[in-house]
Design a protein around this ligand. Structure first.
Ligand SMILES: [Zn+2]
Ligand SMILES: [Zn+2]
Length: 424
């Protein structure tokens, strides 16, 4: 008997029910992974105007970014681990167990599946982290001392005919360490600023912005300002005379600084005062109202840009708070590329008539939160049974995985005395 009056039999019944529910949850998680694998294969998330599968899943399923990332990682590795996935389908392994079990190379599938069924998540994690696995794709051999080693760094960069930049860098070992550390720091800073999907491209651009922001001297800053030349006929060019597509022009003119220049007979005669397209005071009001990117499911709260819902350039959209909305740089770009629709009055409370509506490339409205369907029937019975891990002490030195051996050459078996004895 226990203090709260639960007897042994009740506790046993409770644990049996728990195992039953766990089996169902596991089997349903496996289904979720299968669906996500289909979505990844079909690029579904990309087509509905989102910038990453994690963003799509976290938003659609009402999950944290961490859980969404875990499910996506399993979906990507599923093919290499058919046995682990079969046990997952049968309800015998939990999502957390599977997330670890699919990390090692495919040749461990049978062994790791067996282990996952009896080890706790913590024990399994220890095995996966500490075991010196040979990766699936053989890593290239380390260069021998005789091979030439790069001692001088070289960087080349150029823009192709479409204005798309190409950068190629070969970095000496010490330079590379500096570069890599700066990139990791930058990506980490973006992550902490609320952009969990920030990758290397965002990290690199962030470093560039930060570097330009540190230019204190006014005349030097002018020299390193990126100027866009906007003509009265609406065409826009960079200093190198490269003409911008309208989508990029609109993007840059949403939240930039303009300096009016008067030109007579093709010669600039007077230069007006530079001013932000969105005045600082208006920007502060809009940022305070939106508290980050307004796109449903987006968690970025810093380094947002202020977008003109009715475009400032071309459509003469006013710089009033109802027409201004905070977007993260990626959603801002998606919109101007025509892959994310934004209409409505940004000052109205979301959900009320006339308030801002976001639409995907198919014109479907983006719902503000997860929208799970209410179950109408019990889930299908899992074919296996969930047995919780043993929970005993783990001696991880006792675990050994057999790495695949190079294929042997088989000789013909005719006249083999052992074969002959087998026949009798
Ligand atoms: Zn914009
Ligand atoms: Zn966003």
């Amino acid at each position: 008997m226990y203090d709260d009056g639960m007897d042994d039999r009740s506790i046993e019944a409770l644990q049996t029910s728990l195992a039953g529910v766990c089996g169902h949850v596991n089997a349903q998680h496996a289904q979720l992974v299968r669906l996500v694998a289909d979505a990844l294969a079909g690029d579904a998330w990309h087509q509905i105007g989102l910038h990453s599968p994690t963003h799509w899943l976290a938003w659609q399923a009402g999950l944290s970014d961490t859980t969404a990332r875990k499910i996506i990682a399993v979906a990507r590795r599923a093919e290499a681990h058919p046995q682990v996935m079969a046990a997952f389908d049968a309800g015998e392994l939990s999502l957390d167990q599977v997330a670890l079990a699919v990390k090692p190379p495919g040749y461990t599938d049978t062994d790791i599946c067996g282990l996952a069924k009896v080890l706790t998540v913590r024990q399994l994690s220890m095995v996966v982290r500490k075991y010196p696995f040979v990766p699936d794709d053989q890593t290239p051999e380390a260069p021998s001392a005789a091979e030439p080693v790069v001692s001088e760094s070289a960087v080349s960069m150029w823009a192709d005919g479409d204005g798309v930049g190409q950068v190629r860098a070969t970095l000496a070992a010490d330079d590379y360490r500096v570069f890599e550390t700066a990139m990791r720091e930058s990506r980490d800073a973006l992550f902490h600023a609320g952009d969990p999907q920030a990758g290397w491209p965002e990290a690199l651009i962030e470093i560039c912005h930060r570097s330009l922001d540190t230019v204190a001297d006014g005349s030097r800053r002018d020299r390193y300002r990126i100027n866009l030349y906007l003509d009265t006929d609406g065409t826009a060019t960079f200093a190198d005379n490269w003409r911008l597509p309208d989508s990029i022009r609109d993007l840059l003119l949403c939240d930039g600084t303009i300096t009016p220049v008067c030109v007579t007979n093709g010669i600039p005669v007077s230069v007006g005062r530079s001013q932000h397209i969105v005045p600082d005071r208006t920007r502060r009001i809009v940022e305070h109202r939106d508290l980050g990117c307004r796109v449903p499911g987006c968690s970025q709260s810093r380094w947002v840009q202020v977008h003109h819902i009715v475009h400032w350039d071309g459509d003469d959209g006013p710089t009033d708070t109802w027409n201004l909305i905070c977007l993260c740089p990626r959603h801002h770009r998606l919109h101007h590329q025509g892959r994310l629709g934004i209409t409505g009055d940004a000052d109205l409370v979301p959900g009320t008539p006339g308030a801002v509506v976001f639409t995907d490339t198919r014109g479907h409205r983006l719902k503000p939160a997860a929208d799970p369907a209410k179950p109408t029937a019990p889930p299908p019975e899992p074919s296996g049974r969930y047995l919780h891990p043993i929970g005993e002490r783990l001696d991880r030195w006792a675990i050994h995985f057999n790495e695949p051996q190079p294929p042997h050459v088989h000789l013909p078996l005719t006249g083999d005395p052992e074969m002959a004895s087998d026949v009798h």
